[in-house]
Design a protein around this ligand. Sequence first.
Ligand code: SF4
Length: 90
Amino acid sequence: MTASLHCAVLPRQPEQLARGSCVGHQQPDLWTSEGSEAREAARNICAGCRARGPCLDWAVAALPASDLAIYAGTSAADRARIRRARRGAA
Ligand code: SF4
């Protein structure tokens, strides 16, 4: 995944996602890096992002399992666990 893809795949709606902390960030590769330090930095930024709630809902509902980037502080494995938990709760 290229660095620019992370923000490019964020939808315009809900509107909060267009104002997420990763949008226009100077180091967009933090969210797509395979390095543990970069991924931790992305998680920390997501933790303070005002779009985190809607971002998580979108990422869990819409992203393919093959998207390995960090969204709403979650990895692909985190999102898979959340999907299973939400299916179990339904
Ligand atoms: S929670 Fe993270 S991935 Fe989602 S919009 Fe905010 S900074 Fe971007």
